[in-house]
Design a protein around this ligand. Sequence first.
Ligand code: ATP
Length: 236
Amino acid sequence: MLEIQNLTVNYGGLRALSDISFSVKKGQFVAVVGANGAGKSTLFKALSGTVKPASGAIRFDGQDLLRVPPHERAHLGIAHVPEGRRVFASLSVLENIEMGAYSRRGRAHFKQTLDAIYAMFPILAERRDQLAGTLSGGQQQMLAIGRGLAASPQLLLLDEPSLGLAPVVVDEIFDRVGQIHREHGLTILLVEQRAGEALDACDHGVVLESGRIVRSGPRSSLMADGGALRSAYIGV
Ligand code: ATP
């Protein structure tokens, strides 16, 4: 579904991503893990169109994504749950979810999707009329994921959902994401600094270190590989 081929991104003289290639197949849950500065955010910026790669290709369903203007990419079925959640604090939970359904696909399926989101995150149903800014950090993260799901995406991009959350809340978020993947067969690409939790939840992992892929493979092989976890946490 998503193919990244020999992608290189520079910021001036600094190489943030160096010739990286991997793919996300339909129905797969792929986690890209790495330490601070490994290049995770840069990868998502290239996918969303906010940085322009120096070379390489990104294909989504066979289409050349780099030729699609950034604002059109949401209509292709890619939903991006941003780092730091960025919920609309002065809107209610329901209004936030509705904001996620602006894409053509989202609008067409909204009624069923909303029921599914409430079933996945019952707290959002309970608090549907509460202002998003008054939710806890974990609940805001669930809302941000719910808002992404409201677009009825084919591919869900999750940017560092653990940011600023307590370990027990992070575990709950990853459990839910794993459940959404299993029960709905949703294709997910996650970038995350908390490598242990992310690799545990995914079915295929990619370890980035200083802009290069140093390991990749199925969850079981990466979890058994102490070196992979070390480079994901520490980098160089
Ligand atoms: P973090 O988890 O801290 O967000 P990351 O893995 O997402 O880290 P990136 O933000 O992609 O890493 O950064 C990769 C490299 O590119 C780093 O060395 C960073 O300092 C550099 N970088 C990122 N954005 C810019 C920018 N706008 N201008 C110059 N250098 C940048």
